[in-house]
Design a protein around this ligand. Structure first.
Ligand SMILES: Nc1ncnc2c1ncn2[C@@H]1O[C@H](COP(=O)(O)OP(=O)(O)O)[C@@H](O)[C@H]1O
Ligand SMILES: [Mg+2]
Length: 235
């Protein structure tokens, strides 16, 4: 587990603004965002389409460059960080997107191994162990050699969860991970994220409209037109 107690801060944003486009087309997508995510917390981010959820998630996840304001992630300031710094930080994160983004030509096991190696830079043997363990945790031990085409939507998303969790990331960032799933599969994926996150002390930030996730979140942040308009729950 990453060291530290529940009260330790994993993410701290202050006065974060973000713009897209240049000249006439320049448009502000985020306004003066300030938030704190504690170690081990499970936070849901909601809001209408276009409110800035993905922009905020990708800034925190080092997938976009911070233009203005401050974001500290795992004790490092992202504003002004070099691409090399961002790459190192990104390796400590696990990502899950709405589309599972698995490689269709690779088996479940190979997909997870690839994710582990990209993130943790592990040896082949250790990556295999970590991948098999992660696939076991999501209940897919009997599907290691299946190609994505032969898995259901829910199973594919569980492979994506395994890929994000294998290699023990400090934080999971998920963008509408259950949006494309039927109710039962979505519930499985939510339970997994919540349970595995709690067991490992992983901090989780996920964009969702799913009421089952909102029920289980420690905190719910709501964005509207690029601003945080409500915060429910404890830090
Ligand atoms: N790559 C981009 N180029 C230009 N505008 C963008 C880009 N990505 C997002 N936006 C704009 O920023 C705003 C927030 O988008 P986004 O963060 O994707 O919202 P959400 O995830 O809440 O639907 C929207 O107005 C969107 O059109
Ligand atoms: Mg989005």
């Amino acid at each position: 587990m990453e060291g530290g107690t529940r009260s330790e801060t994993i993410v701290e944003a202050h006065g974060l603004n973000h713009w897209f486009g240049t000249g006439e087309a320049r448009k502000q997508a985020l306004f003066d965002i300030t938030l704190t995510l504690a170690h081990g917390s499970f936070t849901a981010l909601m809001g209408p389409s276009g409110s800035g959820k993905t922009t905020l998630l990708t800034l925190i996840g080092c997938l976009r460059v911070v233009q203005n304001g401050s974001v500290r992630l795992l004790g490092r300031e992202l504003h002004g960080a070099t691409e090399a710094d961002l790459t190192v930080l990104r390796q400590r994160l696990g990502f899950i997107f709405q589309a599972h983004n698995l490689h269709e030509s690779l088996t479940a096991m190979q997909n997870v191994i690839m994710g582990v190696q990209v993130r943790a830079g592990m040896s082949d043997a250790l990556a295999q162990q970590a991948a098999a363990r992660a696939l076991g945790l999501v209940g897919l031990s009997d599907r290691l050699d299946y190609l994505p085409a032969n898995l259901s939507g829910g199973q594919k998303q569980r492979v994506a969860v395994a890929r994000a969790l294998a290699g023990n990331p400090a934080m999971i960032l998920a963008d509408e991970p259950t949006a494309a799933l039927d109710k039962d599969s979505a519930a499985d994926v939510v339970d997994l994220l919540k349970r595995l996150g709690a067991e490992r002390g992983t901090t989780t930030l996920l964009v969702t409209h799913d009421p089952r996730i909102l029920d289980r979140a420690d905190r719910i942040l709501t964005l509207e037109d690029g601003r945080i308009v409500s915060t429910k729950g404890e830090v």
